[in-house]
Design a binder for this molecule. Structure first.
Ligand code: UDX
Length: 432
């Protein structure tokens, strides 16, 4: 099929490349000429394992192309995916849909034959209705169909999550559109993905509800970890004990720092805003947002206690600063609330991250990026393992540390407390 992906961020580029790899002809459109030029040279603007080779392969065999010309690209395509950003409005909690509606206006000028127009970006309930109105102003309803088809891609695992999704959710009441989408996704369905057809609004809500629930699950185990620290219980036993109940499931029960990223914080706020629009309250999700916002402070207090409230002039090492492993994304990473605070209190913070130096952090006094683990650890009073990169999973600390042993705060419970204590370290995990 001929597809057009509008927006070449995590969603548009990954989905477009994967659709091309499944045999479709795909044009990825972006208004940023520089971005399009580098994509044509095989330079990928986002850090996503496996993406570069897929782009090169499909661009070479001409199943994938890039363009800044939205209207021409739409005219050439049968199915149009809207994959532009829907960030939280500055100073607010609702999703900023200006990019989505702007794209809809451009699409409405390019309906030269029947088009299926799909929102793949995460958009609040009733956005599809709004897009239908915008496009309906200039086009007969029989010439287009507005469908919701949310993505469930995790950063760092996006290609795998696209090719092996648990489910494909398609929100439309139109038989023709549903049939075409089912054909488009048939290679994934034949590999075991569940195909779920719902109303458009249900599909829009499923995305937010899923992310809000995952954020709730993570926050739940993070709070249980606080209780475990006070009761000498290992949170990992709780995660395993709970997870063996098939109704609960073992995933997303790893205690850690506050959750971050470009989705959980944005989507939890947006679903609250949707509920308020419809005069109802989602009190559980509200408490999840509050609990997660408090978590970074709670962990900062933990750091202060470990250093006996003497932060000034202390050398603190952060291993990993991105919001999770296998991404370079710093959005809402808990390191962005912890490191500035520690710098303000006079600590000297060295950090290493496999994805390199971060401008968001280097602007703070006495915060510096180190090229490798050894330099970051050197002379530390406290080592904080913040992100669960594989690079940090088998560090032989004894080779890096001569003389006074630092305290180790393992915020991802990577290491065994008993082994670390045997090596003479004052080792602390999360929830154990
Ligand atoms: C999430 C959803 O998983 C994905 O389906 C959706 O499409 C986009 O949002 P992502 O934001 O990439 O994906 O990150 P995810 O892997 O879900 O982790 C989110 C946050 O939860 C991270 O800060 C991560 O460190 C944290 N987390 C996750 C935990 O603390 N413990 C866990 O067990 C799992």
């Amino acid at each position: 099929m001929k597809l057009c992906m509008i927006g070449t961020g995590y969603v548009g580029l990954v989905s477009g490349v994967c659709f091309a790899d499944l045999g479709n002809n795909v044009i990825c459109v972006d208004k940023d000429q520089q971005k399009i030029n580098s994509l044509k040279k095989g330079k990928i603007p986002i850090y996503e394992p496996g993406l570069e080779e897929l782009v090169l392969k499909n661009y070479k065999n001409k199943r994938l192309d890039f363009s800044t010309d939205l209207e021409v690209s739409v005219k050439k395509s049968d199915i149009i995916f809207i994959c532009v950003g829907t960030p939280t409005k500055k100073g607010g909690s609702s999703a900023d849909l200006s990019q989505v509606y702007n794209v809809a206006k451009h699409i409405s000028k390019s309906i030269n034959k029947f088009k299926i127009i799909i929102t793949k970006s995460t958009v609040p309930v009733t956005t599809g209705d709004e897009i239908e109105k915008i496009i309906g102003k200039k086009n007969k309803k029989k010439n287009f169909s507005i469908v919701s088809n949310p993505e469930f891609l995790r950063e760092g695992e996006a290609i795998r999550d696209f090719i092996y999704p648990d489910r494909v959710v398609v929100g439309t009441n139109e038989v023709r559109s549903n049939k075409i989408l089912k054909t488009l996704y048939s290679p994934l369905i034949s590999k075991g993905a569940q195909y779920l057809n719902t109303s458009r609004r249900a599909a829009e809500l499923i995305k937010y509800a899923s992310n809000a629930f995952l954020a709730t699950k993570v926050t739940f185990i993070n709070e249980l970890a606080n209780l475990c620290e006070k009761t000498d219980i290992n949170i990992e036993d709780i995660s395993i004990g709970m997870g063996l109940d098939k109704r609960i499931g073992s995933r997303f029960l790893r205690a850690g720092p506050a959750y971050g990223g470009s989705c959980f914080p944005k989507d939890t706020k947006a679903i609250i805003n949707t509920a308020e629009r419809f005069k109802t309250s989602l009190s559980v999700i509200k408490s999840v947002i509050k609990s997660n916002e408090n978590r970074s402070n709670l962990l900062l207090n933990r750091v202060k206690n470990l250093l006996k409230n003497r932060i000034k002039n202390k050398n603190i090492c952060f291993l990993g600063v991105t919001f999770k492993a296998n991404t370079d994304d710093m959005r809402d990473s808990s390191s962005l609330s912890m490191i500035p605070e520690l710098s303000k209190k006079g600590a000297k913070v060295n950090y290493y991250d496999p994805t390199g130096s971060k401008s968001e952090l280097n602007k703070y006094k006495n915060v510096s990026y180190k090229q490798n683990i050894k330099d970051a650890i050197k002379k530390s009073d406290l080592i904080i393992i913040h992100t669960e990169w594989n690079d940090f999973k088998s560090i032989n600390f004894k080779t890096f540390i001569k003389g006074k042993k630092p305290i180790i705060l393992d915020m991802r419970n990577i290491y065994s407390p008993s082994k670390m204590k045997q090596q003479g370290f004052k080792y602390f995990g999360i929830g154990r």
